[in-house]
Design a protein around this ligand. Structure first.
Ligand SMILES: *Cc1c(COP(=O)(O)O)cnc(C)c1O
Length: 390
């Protein structure tokens, strides 16, 4: 009888067409070269230029957001979105610890404090029940907002992360946040093209953000965007992203401390070409998901992460979750697949395990502590090819 890691390796090897398979790589087979060349020819390669607004308008079309501000990274977008939602020094922001470090870092940039709560094993995002339980336990609703009884600090906001592109239970999370007067800022960095009940992720809270880093579903090299329906927040954040410079034909006047966070025209040119291919990329990724579900359907000790009934995922990173009793073999699966040319990765180290967040306030993290030892991301790129069996 073969061990589980060997069975997983065999299953993957027998279905991939190529012997070397990357986790996720960008492909540039659309209009990228033409648009980037046009940008170079125009000499406008920095933050001024027509591709930036064209990219923003295309994003409005895809997401349905009223306002879009393109930024230099997803992290920069999240920092600004938090400022826009009023996250201030000494306030707490609730999130799950199962995310890329940028989610918590952006909170720290505001001199605010991340507060970690548990995830739902179905979505891998913030668990509405855990959120409700934690707020019942420590939240005190006052005229100044929701106060954490144990720390005396205001709890200002919640950041739901749509982990690996898979939408969280937004209905429930939004309902609870209204009840406790909390702002919602969605970290939709990974979920461009993912929907919850026919509405694009990142458009439910006050602001949402997307990332266009090289490993995301589409890329601008480095880049991000803020989505919001609030015109006042949009103009404030656009201003902050361009060093708070007051628009004028020749004067340099800045009316507050701003940031150099605007997307460059060169990145936006790449983004325009990539965005045109988004629906094709998603179609291919959804087929990868079906394929993995089929390959692993007969395995009893693991599951392939699937979208919930209410959502439609972009399946950015395909995700295998080992059974509760199989956590001890995760590193063996990672070792064996990587040694054999199949690039797999574990989840990010849980944020409350990192030195800078080890003393952060947190609720009961039982589910995420267990899940954090059992997640494996599988090759998910658009260029991944399967053998045509039979
Ligand atoms: C990629 C990512 C970010 C940050 O985006 P960058 O563009 O790399 O700064 C933030 N949150 C999550 C969940 C991400 O995956």
């Amino acid at each position: 009888m073969k061990t589980l890691p060997v069975r997983i390796l065999d299953a993957l090897q027998s279905h991939y067409l190529d012997s070397e398979v990357r986790l996720h790589e960008p492909i540039f087979e659309g209009d990228e070269k033409r648009l980037v060349t046009a940008c170079l020819d125009s000499s406008f390669v920095s933050t001024v230029g027509p591709f930036v607004s064209e990219f923003e308008n295309k994003l409005k079309g895809v997401t349905g957001a009223q306002h879009v501000i393109a930024t230099s990274s997803g992290t920069a977008a999240l920092h600004l979105a938090l400022l826009g939602a009023g996250v201030k020094k000494g306030t707490e922001v609730i999130m799950s610890p199962l995310t890329f470090v940028a989610t918590a870092n952006a909170v720290s940039y505001c001199d605010a404090i991340p507060h970690f709560i548990d995830v739902s094993p179905k979505t891998l995002g913030v668990d509405p029940e855990a959120l409700c339980r934690r707020l019942d336990e420590i939240g005190n609703i006052t005229s100044l907002g929701c106060i954490n009884k144990t720390t005396g600090r205001q709890i200002k906001a919640v950041i739901p992360v749509h982990t690996y592109g898979n939408p969280c239970d937004l209905d429930e999370i939004m309902r609870i946040c209204v009840e406790y007067s909390l702002e919602v800022i969605e970290d939709a960095a990974e979920s461009l093209g993912s929907y919850y009940v026919n509405r694009h992720t990142g458009t439910f809270g006050r602001c949402g953000i997307i990332s266009f880093n090289g490993n995301k579903i589409i890329t601008t090299g480095s880049g991000g965007a803020i989505l919001t329906d609030d015109p006042a927040i949009a103009s404030k954040l656009r201003h902050l992203s361009t060093t708070a410079k007051v628009v004028h034909p020749w004067k340099y006047y800045h009316d507050e401390i701003g940031y150099n966070y605007r997307m460059s025209n060169l990145s936006a040119a790449l983004g325009c070409a990539q965005l045109d291919q988004l629906s094709t990329f998603i179609e291919i990724k959804r087929r990868h998901a079906e394929k993995y579900l089929e390959i692993f359907s007969e395995f009893e000790d693991l599951t392939v992460l699937e979208e919930s009934k209410k959502s439609r995922s972009n399946y950015w990173l395909q995700t295998l979750v080992l059974g509760v009793d199989q956590d001890s073999c995760r590193d063996e699966v990672l070792g064996l697949t990587n040694a054999n040319g199949i690039m797999t990765r574990p989840n990010w180290e849980l944020l409350h395990h990192l030195p800078m967040y080890k003393d952060a306030p947190c609720g009961n993290l039982k589910v995420v502590e267990s899940l954090g030892k059992r997640i494996i991301n599988l090759p998910s790129g658009v260029s991944l090819k399967w053998k045509q069996l039979h």
